[in-house]
Design a protein around this ligand. Sequence first.
Ligand SMILES: C[S@@+](CC[C@H](N)C(=O)[O-])C[C@H]1O[C@@H](n2cnc3c(N)ncnc32)[C@H](O)[C@@H]1O
Length: 275
Amino acid sequence: MSVTAATAWRALAARLPGADSRLEARLILEAVGADAVARPDDRLSALQRRRCDELAARRVARQPLSHVLGFRGFWTLDVEVTADVLTPRPETEHVVEALLAAPAPETARVLDLGTGSGAILCALLSERPRWTGVGVDASDAALNVARRNAMTAGVADRAEFRLGDWDEGLDERFDLIACNPPYIPTADIAGLEPEVRDHEPRAALDGGVDGLDVYRRLAPRLPHLLAPAGSAAFEVGMGQADTVAGLFAERLPEAAIGIRMDLAGAPRVVTVNQH
Ligand SMILES: C[S@@+](CC[C@H](N)C(=O)[O-])C[C@H]1O[C@@H](n2cnc3c(N)ncnc32)[C@H](O)[C@@H]1O
């Protein structure tokens, strides 16, 4: 049977779950080399149709689109995503924005705690050719993905990825610190969408009873990790910003603590500025 890209788009969109099914169907078509917008009348080959079907079946089974396609757009980069890393989210771009806006030396040293896919560190280094950085994660498998992402982003010679338990063993101070820790309260995980609950690494989600375990652990470490005029940006979950800002203010009474909103107007990033 012969099918045009436009017909395939409509059929796929009707089959896929979720509110973004039209966009997702278009991206799946692109992944098999068809463009339903620029070349709607092109006919799909048998191979393209079969490949489309395979990808759509995985999405219908509630695998995240990033796993089906193997990547997710983040900042200006296409970031490789596997089941070993959290899919980078648009709201995490506010962490990147906050640190690019912070005063920093030309040759700033950057620390990305819980680097996962390496998305934050790669985005920062791609914007500032003289910055160098370290990404830490407790998952070796995630670090392998991060290293590949650094190669693709052209920053591998300035990014080092280390296996570690948060800041354990780090004996350096950093001009900029990024951290998007697991912050979902343990009891909430069962109620998440299947794409997240069943396919994203538990260690990337579970923030303990109230979701705040990692902030509590890192707050007393910040004075030792930040350079004298350094800045940090931590992503936070719903309803956590004020508590996290309070934890940091207690440990860094001289620092300016700020809260940045995401595009939906929700408090999303807590910033610490030592100036
Ligand atoms: C929410 S994900 C963030 C990933 C990535 N930075 C991003 O923003 O897309 C949290 C990351 O923290 C890592 N992690 C969990 N426990 C850790 C630990 N004890 N030490 C270091 N990293 C840890 C997880 O493996 C995961 O990659």
